[in-house]
Design a protein around this ligand. Sequence first.
Ligand code: PLP
Length: 440
Amino acid sequence: ERNEVMEKLKTEKSKALFEETKMYLVDGVASSFHKAADEEYPICLEKGKGSKVYDVDGNEYIDYIGAFGPMILGFCPDAVNQAVIKQLDKGSHLSAVTVDLCNLSKKLTEIIPCAEKVSYQNSGTEANMHAFRLARAYTGKKKIIKFEGQYHGWSDEEKVSIDANFVSELGVREHPNRLFHSKGQRHETADDIIILPWNDLELLECVMQKYSSEIAAVITEPIMCDSGPILPKPGYLAGMRALSIRYNIVLIFDEVITGFRVALGGAQQYYNVTPDLAVFAKAIAAGYPFAAIAGKKEIMESGVQASGTFNANPIAVAASLATIETLEKGEIYKQFELLGNLLTKGIIELGQIYNITLFCHSVRSICMIVFGMSEPAEDFRDYIEKADSNGYKLFVKKAQEYGIRFTSKRGRIYLSSQHTEEDIMKTLEVIKLIFSEIKG
Ligand code: PLP
């Protein structure tokens, strides 16, 4: 009944604003993620509140992009806003030790299993670069193992083999190609990066054994969030932990997405596997630019300076403290689980009704959907080979036309503490309409 009256949103002002912005701003966007490659124009937003965002045409959207992950408490969370406003009165930046900085550092060492000491940066990219340097300083070795399809940031060294359109691009499984993704990227910076497929402990062991005298670190997302819905196989993370100890290799968890989203102490707490170093950004300050590196005292204190004018900016620190205090209260993670299950079960049921092959699951506030597969992918190759990326693109486009925002990037769905059962039911109604249109 409701489907019949659901109308597509009109977005003329977004279109016009994008045309004008393009005249002054390169590509019309501040980050390549702000517009999908094949999107004619992105929706231009005016504001966000709770689980919704509002565009310049006055349309309301239920938002599952979460500004690419940070908005774990939804848009304009009261507690964070208040903490920020209070800090504004004391100065937006001080470049000094403050009481809040001491409190936050103490707090992080209490809640994150690997955190004996912490250090700060402003973004996940910088924090991972710092983690690489720490691992090299500590071990005196240079090479870093990184996995296909995992994104750790946009620096020359990080932005290798983060993406592919065809499995053939990835090369031989045992010796994958190093793929470069940006003009101007210096290929020689990847000389010390070893690329491997994920979730394959045997292969990892072979490589670690062979090059143990050269490998400083292995960096991994504990759940492969950034490229498809890929969970670690049982024992994979623990196996990686054991191998890295055996071969004197620093184990780095990139918890930029999983941090605070799957548990207060990150995926390392959720899976009970403690890395040597871990990197947090995005949700750590619920919408403010902030990142932390946490880890073993002896590695954190290996003589690498943390530089940066805006490191531990007091606004971000205040926001982070307020975020953590809010996450500690109540039953937020239980609520994530309930809503995540409601959404993913609902999508699976609709897939069955409309005979659309899909796989959908959730880990607390991170849900994932993939078309063309009815089983989870094992690694990035598996995902690239089987996932119906055009089907997903069409789904995202149609959802947006009916007031639901999903990321254009590979099916990651972020919940916030402000999403409600009503949001999920409305979302499922729209998905039902989309599936009926696709099959109709
Ligand atoms: N690591 C992961 C897993 C990410 O998803 C991202 C960003 O999307 C980064 C690192 C880089 O973080 P930032 O965008 O804050 O530089």
